[in-house]
Ligand binder design. Sequence first.
Ligand code: GLA
Length: 385
Amino acid sequence: MLITRPPMGWNSWNTYGNNINEDLIKETADAMVASGLKDAGYEYVVIDDCWSVRGTNDENGKQLTTGRDENGCLVADPVKFPSGMKALADYIHEKGLKFGMYSCDGPLTCAGYPASYDYEFIDAKTFAEWGVDYLKYDNCYKPELPGRVLYNRMSMALKASGRDIVFSACNWGAEDVWSWIRSTGAHLYRSTGDINDSYGSFMNIAISQFDKQMYNTPGCFNDIDMLITGMYGKGNVAVGGCTEPEYLFHFALWCFFQSPLMIGCDIRNMSKATKDTLMNKELIRINQDAECRPPFLVQKTGKCYSFLKHLEDGEYALGYFNFSEDKQQVPCEFYNFGLHKSTGMALDLFDTVNDEQYLNCVGGFNATVEPHYFRIYRCKLHPAK
Ligand code: GLA
């Protein structure tokens, strides 16, 4: 199965953690349609960790029950999900959306629920029977086998299930994941540790992947974690929150670097600003660009970066990212990406965020960028007169 664009959707973890149930998931699916997110391209509704019956141990830590049924199958928590996962999948599918779930390559998930090690083929079959379209597969309690073997095993189990299921590997970048993950058949791979709802968190994640973008390709996307836009310091990974421009900066980075866009906030109660950010058409267009070219680093000056990104329609996106604490003139000399100084090529630039500024530039363009902020311009190249 070929996944040609970074998947877009919503995941329960960032806001809800363990606090999930079927009403929440149904209301989220409803909100995805009613808010316009579905029309903007978001389609996956993903339940993360903590959805199943837990195993039990005695006071010495000896396992009494696995949480699995008599056939070895995972069981949805009957209190959180009384109608069961098949009914929930049907509900989501009826809305024209897709259904995602979560497991892990160890015997337990990160939150201590039963996971798929040694049950891969049984679990893949269960997911297929429930109508799952997307599986996030974590890396906690990993046994003494190379990750590439464990991820390959689950990938083959999903294929054997008879259902097309997007396989979303999540090993946080361990074992140089970018160097082998494509060979396992996975469709995306988490390359970083967990995000939290703060500027420092998304900044460090983004910068850590600048030199790994050449591994991000259609078929197997570099997943730099779920979005925190719109969390405002509330929820499972809340750490103070971000300002509104910082949330837009975060979204712009995820779009420019063509990460999957998995919303992490409560989409039933989004502010206008959150909606505007998550549905920014020009940024989503860059995120979904079919060529998925890694950005060309033009200049790095301190904590300011400029990048040129080729787009499928023959145009370019020029991105200026200011991670410093001051307003900066972020430099970009066109010579640095190959234009001749003497032939004086010119670029028409227009600001994709404000959509109002058209400029003709020869030689370069230094964008003025607020601290913790960005500018992205769409460019056409033509010979200067
Ligand atoms: C890991 C993952 C997170 C989330 C949690 C669930 O930390 O990286 O994205 O899935 O597990 O326990």
